[in-house]
Design a protein around this ligand. Structure first.
Ligand code: FPP
Length: 232
């Protein structure tokens, strides 16, 4: 295996195309989500092999609550089952599991599972796996702004202070954002945190995005010249 000269510390992924993957096979949409969990497994494993420290996944947006009730409940159930199934694996491999988002909207059973898996994996040092669930960038900014207004009624607060009020506080900003299925949009994801993130958009649908596709995206990142607005 050819080594990478440079790897991102934090990779974030907008996992898109599960529905289309299923439709192409005349399967119900949820089959695409099931297969998408296999892609997650491969990418997580690869992060551990390569030494990538943070992987965040956009699993469900605040807008996704508007999907048909059946799809939403199947997704919630799938997440619960997948988390419980992987719990032991997470502990064994030093994976710290974190869920970020508007958890008030999640079903009680899923919240209980999340609390338990987060608690059991909190000592994990190899990889922090962050699942963005019931998350949207505007929701995050708004809750941070509301808290900032209470903490700093004079309106005098810094960029760092606002960052520390976002639900992603403590997690470095993503270095690389991958979006699958070829859509050229941000879809209300981490609006503040991706200010200088490198983007790689691939046509592959998420259930087909496996280890090799992930490596190709990392190769693309390796070639990027990150200037952060400066002249080099
Ligand atoms: C996007 O495809 C995918 C989702 C909205 C759900 C992704 C969630 C999972 C794969 C399960 C995650 C499980 C854990 C434990 C984190 P889409 O449905 O928008 O596809 P389409 O654009 O082709 O319709």
């Amino acid at each position: 295996m050819e080594k990478f000269s440079r790897l991102p510390r934090h990779v974030s992924i907008i996992m898109d195309g599960n529905g289309r993957w299923a439709r192409q096979r005349s399967l119900p949409r949820f089959k695409g989500h099931y297969e998408g969990v296999e892609s997650i497994r491969e990418v997580v494993e690869e992060c551990c092999v390569l030494g990538i420290r943070y992987l965040s996944l956009f699993a469900f947006s605040e807008e996704n609550w508007n999907r048909p009730e059946d799809e939403v409940s199947r997704l919630m159930n799938l997440m619960s089952v997948a988390m419980l199934k992987e719990e032991e694996n997470f502990v064994k491999n030093g994976i710290r599991f974190v869920v970020i988002g508007n958890r008030e909207r999640l079903p009680d059973k899923l919240n209980e599972t999340i609390d338990s898996v987060m608690d059991k994996t909190r000592e994990g040092k190899t990889l922090t796996l962050i699942v963005m669930l019931s998350y949207s960038g505007k929701w995050d900014l708004l809750q941070a702004a509301r808290r900032a207004a209470v903490l700093h009624p004079d309106g005098n607060f810094t960029e760092e202070e606002l960052s520390s009020l976002l639900v992603t506080a403590g997690i470095p900003d993503p270095d690389l954002l991958i979006r699958t299925s070829g859509e050229m949009r941000i879809s209300n994801y981490m609006l503040w945190q991706i200010a200088y993130t490198e983007m790689v958009i691939v046509d592959t649908l998420w259930p087909d995005f496996r280890k090799d596709n992930f490596r190709l995206a990392l190769r693309e990142y390796e070639k990027r010249d990150r200037r952060f607005g400066k002249v080099k």
